[in-house]
Design a protein. Structure first.
Ligand SMILES: NC(=O)c1ccc[n+]([C@@H]2O[C@H](COP(=O)([O-])OP(=O)(O)OC[C@H]3O[C@@H](n4cnc5c(N)ncnc54)[C@H](OP(=O)(O)O)[C@@H]3O)[C@@H](O)[C@H]2O)c1
Length: 238
């Protein structure tokens, strides 16, 4: 039987909160929701014996070590706030996580990144806009991805398309690799379901994938679709 607990970093963020909710429903392990200010989660979640709300900051390796000691899986759903935040949070925050997670024996790290992150799209108008919304956002996200890929820890990197806040559980997942897929959208709740599945699915090990969704359920159903979406994806490709 699995021991330990799962951790969501950036748990008060819109995708992070969906990850916590999903974990509380589908995982037998406790879920540790890590936020910079625990007051931010007040009233956002149903009380649960399996839920721990803990203060932590991905820019501080000491803080990360405290919240990750004993963890089994970790989802990084944090994203910087403020124009100059991408280097500290989206790059070095992931780098800190990879180093500490490896050190304390975390089994898998799942990172929420973004489509268009690779340099092959450096002249794509949307990438240029995103790189200016926060200084060098996409370049720093890619550096964060690379730090995780090169860390030696088991990882999954999920690169969603445009995020929406609609209900989850009603779509068919569309996946790609190599940052070549046409742009599309997906609800945060569905990204969260994929991130949570990635924590334990053997097929998600060392996978980097792009992720969007189309309306309507697959013939096999939503939950089976989550289990099977890793088939045909290759470790290491990015
Ligand atoms: N928006 C889109 O369409 C889109 C598309 C593709 C990919 N993405 C990516 O998807 C991810 C999730 O997006 P989202 O909109 O769900 O995020 P979000 O709501 O902006 O949440 C980000 C969270 O990160 C937390 N955070 C910031 N700095 C932190 C730190 N130093 N330590 C710990 N936590 C920290 C913030 O906490 P505080 O509450 O304390 O500030 C916030 O709750 C992001 O990486 C984003 O770039 C977004």
């Amino acid at each position: 039987m699995a021991t330990g607990f799962n951790v969501v970093l950036g748990a008060a963020g819109q995708t992070g909160l969906e990850c916590v909710k999903r974990l509380l429903v589908v995982s037998d392990l406790p879920t540790r929701a890590v936020v910079r200010d625990t007051a931010k989660l007040a009233g956002a979640l149903e009380p649960s014996d399996k839920l721990q709300i803990v203060q932590g900051d991905v820019t501080n390796p000491v803080s990360l070590r405290e919240v990750l000691q004993g963890a089994r899986g970790v989802i990084f759903a944090a994203a910087g706030k403020g124009y100059w935040s991408a280097a500290d949070v989206d790059f070095k925050g992931v780098q800190n996580l990879a180093e500490v997670a490896k050190d304390v024996g975390v089994e898998r790290v799942v990172l929420v990144s973004s489509m268009l992150v690779t340099r092959k799209h450096w002249l794509h108008p949307m990438r240029i806009i995103l790189n200016n919304v926060r200084f060098s956002l996409m370049d720093n996200k890619l550096k964060g991805e690379d730090a995780l890929r090169n860390s030696g820890i088991d990882y999954t990197i999920v690169r969603p398309g445009g995020l929406g806040n609609g209900a989850g559980g009603q779509c068919t997942f569309v996946t790609g690799q190599g940052d070549l897929m046409p742009l599309g959208n997906i609800n945060r709740a569905d990204v969260a379901a994929v991130c949570v599945e990635a924590l334990t699915n053997p097929g998600a090990k060392d996978i980097t994938l792009e992720l969007t969704a189309k309306p309507g359920l697959p013939e096999e159903g939503y939950e089976a679709g989550l289990k099977s979406l890793w088939k045909g994806l290759s470790p290491g490709v990015h």
